[in-house]
Design a protein around this ligand. Structure first.
Ligand SMILES: [Zn+2]
Length: 300
């Protein structure tokens, strides 16, 4: 190696060691990653996201490179044991040096059980009796999550404690403003029955008094049979459903086929941020986007 290259290599090594925390903070899904990113803003480091692009957290598989990254992480933020099924085995096998931070255990969090009856269809991989961990869909829970994120990061990186605390105050204020905005926008839509694609909205509807009559959760690769279509159509008619919402990563044709012969309209809701770019703003884009899509379909 000639002398210049030796110097370049040494400088590169030095630069790498100055960012020792790169890739050490990992978050499972976009809404949670967004809150972690907001708390870390300005620290020079950002969390790594596992479920990228338009992938669904309910049907995701880790890449080998992600499994390796997890082994070398300082901390993994995730919703909880019954949510990120793609993480279960990997988390159990991680060295003790990797801290696990499940949001379902955050102090102050409100937990509801999964709804497996009364018109709500379970995802294939849902565990009976477990909690519904779409926790971010309630702003109050998002604040509890932010608190837990701050405590966890401050213990790991005490040099950034003041920054995290300042970011948490800003984040709390933004979430309060979001909550007030959503209360105002959604009040006129309360009680109009809707059906959602998968049951991701329990916390949202309880926060804003929405009337979600059920979910359809159909496997996009296997269109529902005639019997299932008939039952879903009956549900739509009986509950006087105004809108049936699909999700962006699922084919619209299947939902369209359910609406034939009913008065329901169709819309799109994106509860896990499939269409959004990751980052500190994603959480707000996700929640405002749901309100806007509800207004678009239910308004008038
Ligand atoms: Zn979900």
């Amino acid at each position: 190696m000639n002398r210049i290259w030796t110097i370049v290599a040494a400088v590169t090594l030095f630069a790498a060691s100055a960012h020792a925390e790169d890739g050490k903070v990992i978050a499972s899904i976009k809404p949670l990653h967004s809150l972690v990113a907001a708390i870390m803003e300005g620290s020079g480091d950002a969390p790594v996201l596992l479920v990228t692009g338009s992938a669904s957290p309910h049907e995701f598989a880790l890449r080998p490179s992600q499994r390796r990254a997890l082994e070398h992480a300082d901390v993994v933020f995730y919703m909880g044991d019954s949510f990120e099924l793609f993480l279960d085995k990997t988390l159990a096998a991680l060295p003790a040096s990797v801290e696990r931070a499940p949001m379902e255990n955050a102090p102050g969090i409100t937990l509801y059980r999964l709804r497996l009856a009364h018109g709500f269809e379970a995802d294939d991989d849902d565990v009976p009796g477990a909690h519904d961990l779409h926790l971010w869909m309630s702003p109050a829970n998002a604040k509890a999550m932010a608190g837990e994120i701050v405590r966890t990061l401050s213990a790991l990186y005490p040099q950034n404690r003041t920054l995290y605390a300042a970011n948490a105050i800003k984040l709390d204020e933004k979430i309060d403003a979001l909550d007030a905005r959503l209360q105002r926008r959604l009040a006129p839509l309360a009680d109009k029955p809707v059906i959602v694609f998968h049951d991701a909205f329990q916390y949202f509807e309880k926060s804003y008094g929405l009337n979600v009559a059920g979910s359809i959760t159909i496997n996009p690769d296997r269109p529902p049979g005639a019997k299932r279509v008939r039952a879903l159509r009956e549900k739509i008619v009986q509950a006087g459903v105004v809108c049936v919402f699909r999700e962006p990563s699922f084919d619209g044709h299947v939902v369209a086929s359910l609406l034939g012969g009913t008065k329901a309209r169709s819309g799109v809701l994106d509860p896990e941020g499939a269409l959004l770019s990751p980052g500190p703003e994603l959480y707000f884009q996700l929640m405002d986007g749901i309100a806007r899509n509800l207004e678009d379909c239910l308004g008038s």
